[in-house]
Design a protein around this ligand. Structure first.
Ligand code: IPM
Ligand code: MG
Length: 355
């Protein structure tokens, strides 16, 4: 049985962190006896430069016939001033989300004990392990709602949710909560927005099918504050596209480094896996980026798309061991000695081989 994976390294640090994750994949393929067919494709600025579009037809075809998409990162200052539909963000990333109908973006936020001092939050707040997941609606809401428009004097977007969109993402969040601590916090702005009033009503209806899960609601402004004051209160945060975009960056910040956080975007058939952080153009090409987010995204892919749970767990264990043994890329070195991106990849591969 072979899994067909579209590998899209993209821009900035994408190719170098991807190379480390593919090294890890090779090790677990051998150890756990499964096979992946990898096909590389272009996305983002590099695709615009080579093929005139951030999501070329060839890449679309490749993605649609793959079992899963493994993405690096997209974007950089070089492409910021292109017409909006040709930017890596809109023409590449949002377009692939739309193409594959990626409706749920899963972003875990974990603070490793050893990396606590990287967090801007004080030890007083972090007296237990922070470990929660944001489930962000990814295919609708104000990102895609019509009409939207831009003229010289006016710009507007439409924040719209339909019942079926909310049902789909709420189920994803409750299903995930069932595998965790069985708590969902739904974040909206139901005191002001109609789309949020519907959201809240539908989330409550879906909750009835999950009697074991405790549901509470927070307004997004309060949630932004609560994340700073007491992140320990969360297990699963369920939220809309725009609020999830903002809160997941805030969650990443409290973990200390974007370089540690993976993500999954579930589609109905094909899902996509990518690090939560961006393309970090300032450090690209120097072999100093942190490959852990990409490597943990690989673990999410193996588990969620291919049910290779053992391989996924072994990868997570190896990352834990690397962090515990004091190996640090620059972003998590707290001013101490650091190793290169490729060295971190080797360290993690070796821990898997030894286990
Ligand atoms: C993210 C990013 C994207 C988003 C951008 C790059 C379009 O910020 O994945 O969170 O807004 O969704
Ligand atoms: Mg974002």
């Amino acid at each position: 049985m072979a899994y067909n994976i579209a590998v899209l390294p993209g821009d900035g640090i994408g190719p170098e962190v991807m190379a480390q994750a593919l090294k890890v994949l090779k090790v677990v393929e051998e150890k756990f006896n499964f096979k992946c067919n990898l096909t590389e494709g272009l996305i983002g600025g590099i695709a615009y430069d080579a093929a005139g579009h951030p999501l070329p037809e060839e890449t679309k075809e490749l993605c649609l016939k793959s079992d899963a998409i493994f993405l690096g990162s997209i974007g950089g200052p070089k492409w910021d001033n292109l017409p909006p539909e040709l930017t890596p963000e809109l023409g590449g990333l949002l377009a692939i989300r739309k193409l594959l109908k990626l409706y749920a973006n899963i972003r875990p936020a974990v603070i490793y004990e050893e990396l606590k001092e990287m967090s801007p939050l004080s030890a007083r707040v972090l007296n237990k392990k922070v470990d929660f997941v944001t489930v962000r609606e990814l295919a609708h809401g104000v990102y895609f709602g019509q009409p939207k428009g831009l003229t010289e004097d006016e710009g507007f977007d439409t924040m719209i949710y339909r019942r079926e969109n909310v049902e789909q993402i709420a189920k994803a969040a409750f299903d995930l909560a069932m595998k965790r601590d069985k708590r969902v916090t739904s974040v909206d702005k139901a005191n002001v927005l109609s789309s949020s009033k519907l959201w809240r009503k539908v989330v409550e209806e879906v909750a009835k099918d999950y009697p074991e899960v405790t549901l509470n609601h927070q307004y997004v402004d309060n949630a932004a504050m609560q994340l700073m004051l007491n992140p320990l209160q969360y297990d699963v945060i369920l939220t809309t596209n725009l609020f999830g975009d903002i809160l997941s960056d805030e969650s990443a910040a409290i973990c200390g480094s974007l370089g540690m956080l993976p993500s999954a975007s579930y589609g109905e058939k094909i899902s996509l896996y990518e690090p939560s952080g961006g393309s970090a153009p300032d450090i690209a090409g120097k072999d100093i980026a942190n490959p852990i987010a990409q490597i943990l995204s690989l673990a999410m892919m193996l588990e969620s798309s291919f049910s290779e749970d053992e391989a996924a767990q072994e990868i997570r264990n190896a990352v834990d061991k690397a962090v515990k043994s004091g190996k640090r890329t620059g972003d998590i070195a707290c001013g101490g000695p650091s190793i290169k991106c490729s060295e971190m990849g080797d360290v993690i591969c070796n821990f898997i081989k030894e286990a």
